[in-house]
Design a protein. Structure first.
Length: 260
């Protein structure tokens, strides 16, 4: 059964997790800028029987009380992961991050590499091409609509989603405040972790959704080429959030990686 956890971080933000399982190799899941922790429910259900699983609720994601937008940063997101891991008594973990979640993995590696057993990067990037301009374009679209739900409906149409996933995406993105989403957008698209990749020494799996229109295949290839020994896999027919677009296919890749 999936339970919920709420806690505060050292810098005063609210974070938490959806979690299940209490044994085996711990798995921490980190969602993207347009999602909440619920995007990982299929993985919690699939892996909770054999692993301690926690899907992090990042600060300012709409599922928690909104923090000061100034606290919504890549460093803050990394703090959220550590706060939940510490609260659950998880010392070492495999981190599975989608989009922004992959960025958080790289940020965390810089801070606490000793806590990683492995990492799985889904639909993400070490550096987004012309990231500041891309973030500015998203921010302009949000301000133009003035409403997160209206913006979410337009954004969802560009993500290569299976039809059944559109409503879920709009609901999760639409629950966010404009101020926190703008701060999360700036954090997501403007980092540069290319120099971090060669220093990653744990096993790594890079997953790309075949129909991902947000993070093209070349960005996953760059990550896989940069991390020593990393493996690149594709999920046919999936878009930007492959774990939710095709849970059986994604879970099979993750299960094979964990057992390998």
């Amino acid at each position: 059964m999936i339970e919920t956890l709420r806690c505060s971080t050292p810098d005063g933000a609210a974070t938490g997790a959806r979690y299940c399982g209490n044994g085996g190799r711990p798995l921490l899941f980190v969602h993207g800028v347009g999602s909440t922790a619920a995007i990982w429910d299929s993985q919690l259900e699939a892996f909770g029987g054999h692993h301690a699983c926690a899907a992090i609720e990042l600060r300012g994601n709409g599922a928690l009380a909104d923090p000061d937008p100034a606290l919504v940063t890549r460093e803050g997101f990394a703090t959220d992961v550590l706060a939940v891991a510490d609260r659950l008594g998880i010392e070492r973990f495999t981190l599975v991050g989608c989009s922004l979640g992959g960025v958080v993995a790289f940020e965390l590696w810089q801070r606490v590499p000793e806590r990683f057993d492995a990492m799985v990067i889904v639909g993400s990037f070490a550096r987004y091409p012309d990231g500041q301009r891309y973030a500015d374009g998203i921010a302009a679209a949000v301000r133009e609509t003035g409403d997160m739900r209206a913006f979410a409906e337009g954004r969802a149409a560009k993500m290569g989603l299976p039809r059944a996933r559109v409503r879920e995406t709009v609901e999760q993105m639409g629950a966010k405040s404009v101020a926190c989403y703008l701060a999360s957008t700036q954090a997501t698209w403007t980092g540069d972790y290319r120099d971090v990749l060669p220093a990653i020494t744990v096993p790594a799996l890079v997953v790309h959704g075949e129909r991902d229109a947000i993070a093209p295949l070349a960005l996953s290839q760059e990550i896989a080429a940069g991390i020593p020994g990393a493996r690149l896999e594709s999920v046919p027919g999936a878009g930007h959030v492959a774990n939710a677009d095709d849970p059986p296919a994604f879970n099979a890749l993750l299960r094979a990686f964990l057992s390998g």
